[in-house]
Ligand binder design. Structure first.
Ligand code: 0RA
Length: 629
């Protein structure tokens, strides 16, 4: 029961939290799995603030058997004194007033910004039940809430040693709000590991009482350890990551750099521990400086004849870099509010990196030599590829608008309702061409397996016919010249057979998109079609997508009339249209990246050279039906 003991101010407070319940997406990004986990990150952020202020060194996150999740820290504990204005304990203000958050000290960096940092009160508003326990001055306090409203007063429930302080918050996400209520160990793992790397020395423990699993994340080396972890299944060019930390105008800049012998560029940007997947001014500052410093060094040492310069893409081949910024007032922009907008930051980062890196190269000529050799090779490959591309282009002048001859384009020129099907094999491609809605569905058939871009030099990848066909059809270009406004189709749908070869082709294509056009995945343009495995003939035709489903659907039926589809080619046009192409009846799956750092590891592991790593990974993950990236 709710106690009715609240005055006018409190009613206002409750109205605030009512707003959170009415528009949860505005506060935690959504009511799906991501939104649910956002609640944990909100609590975590508060504890990290306490750690950044120097009062907390251990955070415990527990997934409980009863469906709740808790976050506990050994910080100072949320204050419990009576608040001078609201006349209730300060902790109650923090938990019921929007944006009070508990961040009373302004001196430390707020971890928050954008969608993030809406505070513990939001978590409270969106929880069916929440329990807070505080240890302060030798006492243990407790208070319980339901949907943001206190159901008990703050009570002393026991004693503890004076030195023992901290905050424990346990919450049950509200089923009235969230469509997904299950906490995902793996998703939390990724974020907690990241947070531990970004806060050197902080110990974070994740306990899963359902899976009976406990893991500890703790990195004394901070982002240097982070870089080593990202590169762990790659062959590195220099054994020690290049690292520096600098403070400019209240902004703390921390950067780690290590090259590997591969071809991918991996820059992970963080602002107040939030992964800025869309980049922003900090990342552009780093890129500009890196290109300039390397070109200056080359000029000074006279390493490139006839005054040629290297391009950004050349100096970033095989680069793994992490840039972590702590900034008092971050401005987040972009589609998913994960792009840093503060314009002053670009200059700060640019000059800090220029200063540090040019000195580093002077002091470590052997490392500089390795990096520059790699960049020069990349430039050479780029120039060779350009020659090849010019040739291809000249050939294409004769084809319509430069589009690949193999593309069966749709007649609509509006990208916002058109789709491109990438189809495995010429014969399935031919069927799809006949089955499609010509108005808005285009078909590009691919000759079996495309090149594994994880193992190929990008110049070679970009001269492969299947890959150039895709790039031309999609229209955006790749790398630095990628331009989303040139996208020719709203949905790009990968359609392969439901067998091992089909799975492999799907992975090769996803690897290509992840490495060359990650923006298409980030913005939700990439899909995979889910062709059915069986047709059951009853009064009507039923399509089923797995063996289990088949068992369920045919249970108790003697002699069911079942056809197994060995491939797309075995369906007639009507079946192909109904099951994989008709927007009203088909099944397609949107691909999204849950965790960019993890996804890089997965692709390096699955498609790269580390055979043992791949075996271990597959053994560990074999039970999972589909690969979430
Ligand atoms: C404001 C002041 C003080 C502690 C906190 C906030 C605090 C908030 C949270 C939220 C989760 N864990 C937390 N730990 C601490 C301390 C004031 C003082 O003791 O002087």
């Amino acid at each position: 029961m709710v106690e009715k003991k609240y005055g006018a101010e409190n009613i206002k407070v409750l109205e605030g939290l009512e707003g959170v319940r009415k528009r949860p997406a505005m506060y935690v990004g959504g009511t799906d799995k991501q939104g649910l986990h956002h609640l944990v990150y909100e609590l975590l952020d508060n504890s990290i603030d306490e750690a950044l202020a120097g009062y907390c060194d251990t955070i415990n996150v527990i997934i409980h058997k009863d469906g709740s999740c808790s976050v506990e820290d050994n910080g100072r504990g949320i204050p419990v004194e009576i608040h001078p204005i609201y006349k209730v304990p300060a902790v109650e203000v923090a938990l019921t007033k929007l944006h009070a958050g508990g961040k009373f000290d302004k001196d430390s960096y707020k971890v928050s910004g954008g969608l993030h940092g809406v505070g513990v009160s939001c978590v409270n508003a969106l929880s069916e039940k929440m329990d807070v326990r505080i240890k302060r001055e030798g006492k243990i306090y407790e208070q319980e809430y339901s949907r943001g409203i206190p159901v008990t007063k703050l009570k002393v429930i026991g004693k503890c040693p004076e030195k023992e302080t901290g905050t424990f918050v346990k919450f049950f996400p509200d089923p009235q709000i969230f469509s997904s209520l299950e906490f995902d160990n793996k998703l939390l793992q990724g974020r907690l590991r990241e947070v531990a790397f970004l806060n050197a020395g902080l110990k974070i423990i994740l306990e899963d009482e359902i899976k009976d699993k406990k893991e500890e994340f703790h990195a004394e080396g901070g982002i240097v350890d982070f870089i080593k972890w990202v590169n762990k299944s790659k062959e590195v060019l220099h054994s020690k990551p290049i690292y520096f930390k600098k403070e400019v105008d209240n902004t703390s800049i921390e950067i780690g750099i290590q090259y590997n012998t591969g071809y991918q560029e991996n820059i992970f940007g963080f602002v107040n521990t939030i992964n800025t997947v869309e980049g922003g001014t900090h990342v552009s500052g780093l890129k500009t400086a890196l290109t300039r410093v390397i070109n200056d060094y080359i000029k000074k040492k006279n390493l490139l004849k006839n005054g040629d310069t290297l391009m950004g893409d050349d100096v970033r081949e095989g680069l793994t870099a992490i840039i972590s910024l702590k900034i008092p007032e971050p401005q987040f922009e972009g589609q998913t509010k994960s792009k840093l907008g503060n314009s002053e930051v670009k200059g700060y980062v640019d000059s800090a990196v220029t200063l540090f890196l040019s000195e580093f190269f002077e002091e470590n000529p052997s490392v500089a030599k390795l990096i520059i050799q790699k960049a020069l090779e990349s430039a050479k490959a780029r120039l060779a590829a350009k020659k090849a591309k010019d040739l291809v282009r000249r050939k294409n002048v004769f084809s319509l608008g430069g589009l690949p001859g193999k593309l069966a384009d749709c007649s609509s020129k509006k990208s916002d309702d058109s789709e491109l099907y990438l189809v495995e094999g010429e014969s399935a491609g031919g069927s799809a061409k006949n089955a499609r809605n010509k108005e808005n569905q285009a078909i590009l058939s691919l000759k079996g397996k495309i090149l594994n871009v994880e193992k190929a030099n990008p110049a070679r990848a970009l001269s492969s016919e299947e890959i150039t066909n895709m790039i031309t059809a999609i229209g955006t270009g790749v790398g630095e010249s990628f331009d989303i406004t040139k996208l020719r189709y709203k949905r790009i749908i990968i359609m392969t057979d439901a067998d091992v070869d089909g799975e492999h082709i799907k992975t090769l294509l996803l690897t290509f998109f992840f490495r060359f056009m990650p923006q298409l995945i980030e913005n939700g343009h990439i899909y995979v079609a889910m062709p059915p495995l069986f047709r059951i003939r009853k009064k009507k035709d039923y399509y089923v997508y797995s063996e289990e489903e088949l068992k369920k659907e045919t249970a108790g039926v003697d002699n069911p009339n079942v056809t197994r589809f060995k491939g797309l080619g075995e369906m007639d046009l009507e079946q192909l249209w109904e099951t994989t192409m008709n927007p009203k009846s088909r099944k397609i799956k949107k691909i999204y990246i849950e965790d960019a750092v993890e996804a890089d590891q997965v692709f390096s592991m699955l498609m790269g050279d580390d055979v043992q790593g791949r075996k271990d990974f597959i053994a560990e993950n074999a039970h999972e039906a589909a690969l979430d990236i």
